[in-house]
Design a protein around this ligand. Structure first.
Ligand SMILES: C[S@@+](CC[C@H](N)C(=O)[O-])C[C@H]1O[C@@H](n2cnc3c(N)ncnc32)[C@H](O)[C@@H]1O
Length: 216
């Protein structure tokens, strides 16, 4: 078989496997086109250094996907509105977003609740930098570089995480160890293992976001 025919044959097998394993439609498209596109790009004669450069640039955003199986995806406005209700319940709340991305949560909340204090911790260079620039003018928002595993959760009234199922077992143990009694741990989409949520908030958005809230 020629190279293009081989590439499409591999893509077809990958597509069939993706269908058999009931993967989402966009995964099926990725599986089908991945090898044919890899073949097509080699025919352009691009210097391999550019591929290395693109991979390194991708790492500055998606580092978490490799080191902890946590990629970047952002909380939406409706989720932020749902979190507002939790903050309204107490004056002067101290709120932490673990893996804060570009600040999609702490920025709007810090603008809305001037008497509360917000912190975000992030360890992917490009997203950290963008978040740093965008939160600079906010006096009640601390934007930190670092690994969420080293954050001390005992200082906060609400700790928010939007990570992945892989991150939850260790994080939940950490929350139980460090958070004070009466404070709230909120996980977007991924429940803490082996425990019942105190409250479940269903956000009325396109991705049917669920917030699992645990009162410590
Ligand atoms: C799913 S995104 C959520 C972003 C933001 N919290 C939001 O809701 O819009 C997860 C973020 O956690 C970051 N992250 C992953 N592992 C981390 C770690 N060990 N320490 C700090 N940040 C981490 C990723 O870089 C990514 O920006």
């Amino acid at each position: 078989m020629t190279f293009p025919a081989t590439a499409f044959a591999i893509g077809t097998v990958a597509l069939l496997l993706a269908m058999l394993t009931k993967q989402k439609w966009w995964w099926r498209i990725i599986h089908f086109f991945f090898v044919p596109l890899a073949w097509w790009f080699t025919s352009w004669g691009i210097d391999p250094v550019w591929y290395l450069f693109a991979a390194l640039m991708t790492l500055t955003v998606y580092r978490g996907a490799i080191t902890g199986r946590v990629p970047l995806f952002l909380s939406n406005r409706k989720t932020v509105n749902a979190l507002s209700i939790l903050i309204e319940e107490r004056q002067g709340t101290r709120f932490l977003d673990l893996g804060a991305g570009i600040g999609s949560v702490v920025r709007p909340l810090a603008r809305r609740f001037r008497s509360a204090h917000f912190s975000g911790i992030e360890n992917a260079p490009a997203t950290w930098l963008l978040g740093y620039v965008m939160t600079r003018g906010l006096k009640n928002c601390a934007w930190r570089w670092g690994n969420l595993r080293n954050a001390h959760l005992g200082e906060y009234d609400i700790v928010y995480a939007f990570l992945s199922p892989a991150a939850m077992p260790a994080l939940w143990k950490k929350a139980c160890r460090e958070m004070r009694s009466g404070t709230v741990f909120v996980s977007n989409s991924f429940p803490a293992p082996g425990t019942e949520a105190t409250e479940i908030i269903e956000v009325d958005d396109a991705r049917n976001t669920v917030l699992y809230c645990y009162r410590i």
